[in-house]
Design a protein around this ligand. Structure first.
Ligand code: MRU
Length: 349
């Protein structure tokens, strides 16, 4: 990215800026989120999106919501406001666990600073939000290092949605694997699923891979089986929004069908995600809340009506790929091959 997808300019009185991803690839615009409502809207409307980037935006958004307090306000007022702001941001989107993980981390950072006074806690929370961002950036690099050896030199890799620089604090999760392999001199073709209905693949993945000089080809979602059958794809790698304790992984709607297709064609299917995307409190993917989006995203996406007015629509934004379809989960700590509950637990011990 020319600039990171979520940034904080300056100190406590500084600015939270995001790339407005709804405008890409037509326009590259940085917007500033000056109050907590605009942070909530930015997450809800997918101006900032992708599980890790949502987490970073929520952490920084917490500071935006809290700094309306006077530094002279009593700590009790700060903790009341912290609850109000984090509860509110938690209602923006339900599936990506990084959102709740980041908000919990901000709350526990504040608890640890109890007694130091409102101003010191506010400064400390800004620092914590920046640390969350920096750690995410480091996790992207580590995921890239662990995943790069899996990329077939001279082969083809298929990805779904966008799990790249736009979705994280650095160069992505699934796309980190590809960027890292490319840096190492491997040459391969990337097939990017268009990713209906909001076209994160076409608008975002293709855009950022082209910006970075990777060989990328856009395909419609319903072309995935065909390119696999033609022998063009030797690896699939995707990101995740929430991974259960047994390795079941929620990601953008359509990921599950890609995993089934990969199995049928004997192509390894990898999920790349940082530890902040794991939800070890749930035993399996059936407990993952799946966001449903507005019918208009399907019937008149990008202002063009493509279905009769008033038609019934079902629009889940995510699906869950069972762990048995996953060759390995690539985290910042290494690989969890053929994930199971025991292997996931061991990985994070
Ligand atoms: O609805 P989105 O665009 O936020 O969905 C994003 C995805 O499904 C990504 O693949 C996932 O968050 C991983 S991003 C590193």
């Amino acid at each position: 990215m020319p600039v990171p997808t979520v940034t904080w300019q300056g100190g406590l009185d500084g600015r939270l800026e995001i790339i407005d991803q709804t405008l890409l690839p037509g326009e590259y615009r940085l917007i500033s989120c000056d109050d907590v409502q605009s942070v909530w809207d930015a997450i809800k409307q997918l101006k900032v999106r992708g599980a890790p980037a949502i987490g970073v935006a929520a952490a920084m958004g917490t500071v935006v919501g809290l700094r309306t307090l006077s530094p002279a306000a009593p700590e009790s007022a700060l903790f009341a406001k912290l609850k109000e702001v984090t509860d509110y941001l938690a209602t923006s989107r339900p599936t990506a666990v990084n959102l709740f993980w980041a908000l919990d981390r901000m709350k526990s950072a504040a608890e640890k600073m109890r007694g130091r006074g409102t101003k010191a806690i506010l400064d400390g929370l800004l620092q914590e939000a920046k640390t969350i961002r920096d750690e995410d950036a480091a996790m992207c690099r580590a995921i890239g290092r662990h995943g790069a050896p899996l990329v077939p030199n001279g082969g083809g890799v298929l990805t779904h949605c966008n799990a790249g620089g736009l979705a994280t604090a650095d160069y992505g999760t699934a796309l980190a694997v590809l960027y890292s392999a490319h840096e190492q001199g491997k040459r391969f073709k990337v097939y990017a699923d268009e990713t209906r209905p909001l076209l994160q693949g076409a608008r975002l993945t293709v855009w950022e891979l082209m910006q970075n000089g990777l060989d990328v080809t856009l395909i419609c979602d319903n072309t995935a089986a065909h390119v696999m059958k033609e022998g063009r794809v030797q690896m699939v790698v995707v990101g995740a929004d929430r991974i259960a304790a047994n390795g079941d992984a929620a990601n953008k709607i359509g990921t599950y069908s890609v995993a089934i297709l990969a199995k049928e064609h004997h192509i390894p299917f990898y999920v790349a995600a940082p530890s902040s995307t794991f939800d070890l409190s749930i035993p399996d993917g059936s407990h993952i809340p799946i966001e449903e989006r507005a019918a208009e995203e399907v019937t008149q996406g990008f202002g063009c009506r493509t279905a009769p007015e008033g038609c019934q629509v079902y629009c889940p934004a995510f699906d869950v790929t069972p762990a048995r379809y996953i060759a390995a989960i690539i985290t910042e700590r290494g690989l969890i091959r053929k994930p199971t509950t025991a292997k996931v637990a061991k990985h994070f011990k």
